[in-house]
Design a protein around this ligand. Structure first.
Ligand code: FES
Ligand SMILES: [Fe+2]
Length: 440
C-alpha cells in the first residue's frame, strides 16, 4: 500500500547523487522503518545496563517501543513494550527494575521476564467460555524475533529471517573487538547514563556526517582553534605536557583540510564503514605507561602491540550505530520521524584499566558531546540547516560525487584511494545499501 504513494524509488538513488525526497518524504520514512530499521540488527544496549534480575532499559527500534530486561536465568530478553490486554506500555520509565515479574499498571496482568503470561486477575471467573486461553502466545508480551549478544553488546532484529548478527556486522565487528580488547580484562562496562540529543533532521544526515572526513576542519575549525589555545596553556602548566583530550579537539583546526585526505575509508556490504587513522598519537605520559604495563601483563607484549596498533577512528554500523572504539564511546541513532532523530551517546570503562585512562575518555566524551560543547552544536546546526535546505524547492539532488570513480573496489569492499580520504564513498555506500533494503 505504502509503496504506491511513493515516487519510483529506483529513480531516487544514482551512484553519485540522491533525490532530496529521500530525506524529506514522510512515506519514504515509513517505508525505511519497515524495510530497514525494523528488519536489520539494531543495537539495544550493553548488558551492563541491566546487571540484576528484573533490571530493564527501554529503547526504540524503528517505530517500536521495546524493553530490554534481565531474566532470573541471567538471559537478556528484548520485548515489545506493550501489554497484550489493552495495549498499555508495560513500563513507562526509561529504566528501572520490574521485580520478579512485569505487572501492568492498568489491570494487573503479570508477565515473566521472558514476556510469557504469568497471571490474569480472576481469570477463571472472568474468562470462562471466552476465547482467552492462558496458553495462547497472544496473551504474552511479544519478544523481538531475534536477540544476540556480542561481547556484551546486545542487538535485536524484529525480522525472524536474515543474516546472523556476525554475518550482518561483517568486518565492522572490529568496533566491539577493538573496544573490548583495549580493556585488560577483555570487557567494557557502560557508564550509567548517556547524553540524549534530538536533532531536527532526517536520521541519514547524522549517519553520513559521522564518517565525513571533509567537514571537521571546516565545521569545527573555530572550536579546534579555541581548544588549541587551551591545550597550549595546559601544556605550559603541566609537567607531563599532555592534554590529550584537548589535543583531539585542536586537531580539528591543526589538521588542515588537505591532511584529512591522508585518512582512509573502507566501505563494506550492508552500508557499514571504517574510517582509519587515529588522531591521538600514542602518548608517553605516566598514565599511558602505567596502562601499557597492565595490558602487557594481561596479554603479553606481542598481543599488546597488536591491540594498540589497531588504527581506527570511527566505525559506522549502518543504519543505527556509530562507534569510536579507541575512545570507548558510541552513538545509537533512533529515528523519531522524517525530520526528528534521537541520538543516545554512551561511553564505557575499560575493565581493569587505571582510573586516569577512564578520566581521559570521559574528558573527550564531554568535550565533544556535552550540552556545553560547541562540537556537537556545530554539527547540530548543520543537520538542521541541511534538512531545511532539502525541504525547499531550491534543488532536487544531493551530491556525493567527491572522488567518485577513483575508489578501489574488490570483492564488494570499496576503499577510498590513497590520499582521497575525503571521498564521499561512505555516503555512496550507505545509499547503495539503502536502495537495496528499500526494494524489500
Ligand atoms: S492493559 Fe495491561 S492489564 Fe489491561
Ligand atoms: Fe562534526
Amino acid at each position: 500500500m505504502l509503496r504506491e504513494h511513493i515516487p519510483d524509488l529506483s529513480k531516487m538513488v544514482e551512484p553519485d547523487r540522491v533525490r532530496r525526497e529521500v530525506y524529506t518524504d514522510p512515506d519514504i520514512f515509513q517505508l525505511e522503518m519497515q524495510n530497514i530499521h525494523e528488519k536489520v540488527w539494531i543495537y539495544c544496549g550493553h548488558e551492563s545496563q541491566v546487571p540484576k534480575t528484573g533490571d530493564y532499559y527501554t529503547m526504540q527500534i524503528g517505530r517500536q517501543p521495546m524493553v530490554m530486561v534481565r531474566g532470573a536465568d541471567g538471559n537478556i530478553h528484548v520485548l515489545y513494550n506493550r501489554c497484550p490486554h489493552r495495549g498499555n506500555m508495560m513500563v513507562g520509565d526509561r529504566h528501572g527494575n520490574t521485580g520478579e515479574f512485569f505487572r501492568c499498571s492498568y489491570h494487573a496482568w503479570t508477565f515473566r521476564h521472558s514476556g510469557q503470561l504469568r497471571s490474569i486477575p480472576m481469570i477463571e471467573s472472568g474468562y470462562a467460555g471466552t476465547r482467552v486461553n492462558k496458553e495462547s502466545p497472544e496473551l504474552s508480551m511479544k519478544p523481538a524475533a531475534r536477540v544476540e549478544n556480542y561481547r556484551g553488546f546486545v542487538f535485536a532484529s524484529l525480522a525472524k529471517d536474515g543474516p546472523s548478527l556476525k554475518e550482518f556486522l561483517g568486518k565492522s565487528i572490529v568496533a566491539f573487538d577493538d573496544m573490548c580488547d583495549r580493556a585488560p580484562e577483555g570487557e567494557v562496562e557502560v557508564v550509567p547514563n548517556c547524553f540524549r540529543v534530538v536533532q531536527h533532521s532526517n536520521w541519514k544526515l547524522f549517519m553520513e556526517n559521522q564518517i565525513d572526513a571533509l567537514h571537521p576542519s571546516v565545521t569545527h575549525q573555530s572550536t579546534g582553534r579555541a581548544a588549541h589555545e587551551v591545550e597550549k596553556q595546559i601544556a605550559k602548566k603541566a609537567k607531563s605536557g599532555e592534554a590529550l583530550s584537548y589535543h583531539m579537539l585542536s586537531a580539528f583546526a591543526t589538521v588542515t583540510i588537505d591532511k584529512w585526505d591522508n585518512f582512509q575509508t573502507i566501505n563494506y556490504p550492508y552500508g557499514h564503514c571504517v574510517l582509519t587513522g587515529y588522531m591521538g598519537l600514542r602518548p608517553q605520559d605516566p598514565d599511558t605507561k602505567a596502562y601499557d604495563k597492565i595490558m602487557i601483563k594481561a596479554y603479553g607484549q606481542k598481543r599488546f602491540e597488536e591491540i594498540v596498533a589497531v588504527n581506527i577512528h570511527h566505525v559506522l554500523v549502518y543504519p543505527g550505530l556509530s562507534v569510536q572504539s579507541p575512545l570507548q564511546q558510541l552513538r545509537a541513532v533512533r529515528p523519531l520521524g522524517v525530520d526528528r532523530t534521537l541520538t543516545e551517546i554512551w561511553h564505557f570503562r575499560l575493565k581493569g584499566a587505571p582510573e586516569p585512562i577512564y578520566r581521559r575518555s570521559l574528558a573527550y566524551y564531554n568535550l565533544v558531546n556535552s550540552p556545553a560543547t560547541l562540537i556537537n552544536a556545530d554539527d547540530l546546526e548543520n543537520f538542521w540547516k541541511c534538512h531545511q535546505g532539502l525541504s525547499s524547492d531550491g534543488g532536487d539532488w544531493v551530491s556525493f560525487a567527491r572522488h567518485h570513480g577513483h575508489d578501489i573496489e574488490k570483492d564488494g569492499v570499496v576503499e577510498s584511494a590513497p590520499n582521497m580520504g575525503t571521498s564521499e564513498a561512505p555516503m555512496r555506500n550507505q545509499m547503495k545499501a539503502w536502495a537495496q533494503y528499500m526494494k524489500g
